[in-house]
Design a protein around this ligand. Structure first.
Ligand code: C2E
Ligand code: MG
Ligand code: MG
Ligand code: MG
Length: 280
């Protein structure tokens, strides 16, 4: 119901462009107080080994539930938060909450997994990013080994030298780095070897029609080969069907994420999933 309310408010039933703009302004305004009003929460989506079905990581995905707007899609509010800069404090809250959650799971004696957190360009441009992350790890007592950061190609390509410096620093303290939405950006393959990435996540747009599109299949095969050659782990995003999963398994993709295994879940449900998983 909350979801429906959100929809009504931000686009589908607005007849004019003007009211859409007004709604965006309204959303932006409400976004400023979202953090303080405790309207933000994290959902968690597992990443699994395609051969064993074992969960190897959880990705933290930001959700915003506003009393007036209902659930607002991250595709709407994250770009706004990047524009107005609120993504910086919000991103810190995400890191803090995700690290604390993973520490809690470890204290509960659950399977030790990495928590994967998305970083935005704006956060990347903060001169104190590395210090902030180190402080959060100290405060939550999470070992850096259990934190992974997901960065898109656009983040690294904006300033290649800066990206290299920051990623190298993060890599030195044992944080794992993952390239998100791989294939949709414009990075040259030459850069890939200069950055200390550990994982490539193949964008969902190449996965969703994999069983019917020979072009997508060729691209995904090439990314898997590239990953193997560069010694990178490869994850396929957005796996929704058994057929796609089986095809990925056959062509040597080791890890999958998507609705087939699990949608992003609220913390309590993610905990239950890990608890049941532990018994397997
Ligand atoms: P992303 O990091 O590439 O995350 C994957 C998105 O695909 C998520 O959407 C997830 O819910 C969705 N997804 C996963 N499996 C499937 C599937 O099988 N089918 C379909 N159709 N979708 C699937 P979500 O949660 O709406 O997030 C969208 C984007 O917003 C993320 O893309 C990421 O770029 C950004 N985002 C989310 N949380 C954060 C955050 O904490 N910080 C920042 N900076 N960005 C975030
Ligand atoms: Mg991601
Ligand atoms: Mg992605
Ligand atoms: Mg994506």
């Amino acid at each position: 119901q909350a979801k429906q309310q959100g929809r009504n408010n931000y686009q589908y039933y607005d007849p004019t462009i003007n009211s859409q703009v007004n709604n965006l302004l309204k959303i932006e305004n409400l976004l400023h107080s979202a953090l303080k009003q405790e309207e933000l929460l994290l959902f968690y989506q597992p990443i699994v080994n395609v051969m064993t079905g074992k969960i190897v990581k959880m990705e933290a995905l930001l959700r915003w539930q506003n009393p007036q707007l209902g659930f607002v899609s991250p595709q709407i509010f994250i770009p706004l938060a990047e524009e107005n800069g609120t993504i910086v404090p919000i991103g810190e809250w995400v890191l803090q909450t995700a690290c604390a959650q993973n520490k809690l799971w470890q204290e509960m004696g659950l399977l030790a997994i990495k928590i994967s957190v998305n970083l935005s360009v704006r956060q990347f441009q903060q001169p104190n990013l590395v210090t902030t992350i180190i402080n959060i790890l100290e405060q939550t007592q999470l070992s850096p080994f259990y934190l992974e950061l997901e960065i898109t190609e656009s983040v690294t390509m904006r300033d290649v030298e800066l990206a290299k410096t920051i990623l190298t620093e993060l890599n030195k303290i044992e944080i794992t780095l993952s390239m998100d939405d791989f294939g949709t950006g414009y990075s040259s393959l030459g850069y890939l070897k200069q950055f200390p990435f550990h994982t490539l996540k193949i964008d969902r747009s190449f996965i969703k029609d994999l069983t019917t599109s020979s072009q997508d299949l060729a691209i995904v095969n090439a990314i898997i080969a590239l990953g193997k050659g560069l010694n990178l782990t490869v994850v396929a995003e957005g796996v929704e069907t058994e057929e796609i999963k089986n095809l990925l398994k056959n062509i040597g993709c080791e890890y999958i994420q998507g609705y087939l295994f699990s949608k992003p879940l609220p913390a309590a449900e993610a905990t239950k999933l890990l608890e049941n998983h532990h018994l397997i």
